[in-house]
Design a protein around this ligand. Sequence first.
Ligand code: 5GP
Length: 190
Amino acid sequence: MELLKQKIVEQGVIVSDQVLKLDGLLNHQVDPQLTMQMGKEFAKRFGDQGVTRVITVESSGIAVAFATAYELGVPLVFARRKKTLLAEPDMLCERVPSFTKGIVTDILVSRDFLGENDRVLFIDDIIANGDAARGLIRIIARSGAELVGAGIVIEKCFQPGAQAIREQGIRLETLARIASLEGGRITFVD
Ligand code: 5GP
């Protein structure tokens, strides 16, 4: 998406060769017009898949996941993040490392909102090492739901997450692919 790439260049702040701060766009402020367009794009790409629920992980995936769910006319479920594992017997839970926070958190989804009759589309903001995606994919598998694919706004191609997910046979669509952050420049793949 050209508009997205333009906004990434305008608003992105390169923190290191590995990390791009996107608070103005995804992680602190939300651009509603752009977000709705991203939702439309994901809905177009996955519109023929019979999606019954969109799922994401709180918090930065929620806006674009909402836009996608709105376009598809289905509910949005967001996995909750918790720092400690208290007894949550009715919840599906996976422990994942957090790329930006440097800590491990549990992500939890209630069995009330995900089950074997669902065809699920996973939406998120950024993929780096793929830990968050893998955790959620494990939860979806355990629920008995079918994962139809994943739509992630930004793919950092120099980190292994996206490729690993595709190698599992999962359809992963991304809207902007970053090849490198080296030299203080954002270089896109295309
Ligand atoms: P992963 O689990 O794929 O390693 O990291 C995914 C999560 O970490 C994303 O949902 C995103 O919130 C955060 N993240 C990873 N890399 C970056 C980055 O370069 N910039 C920002 N702002 N967040 C990132």
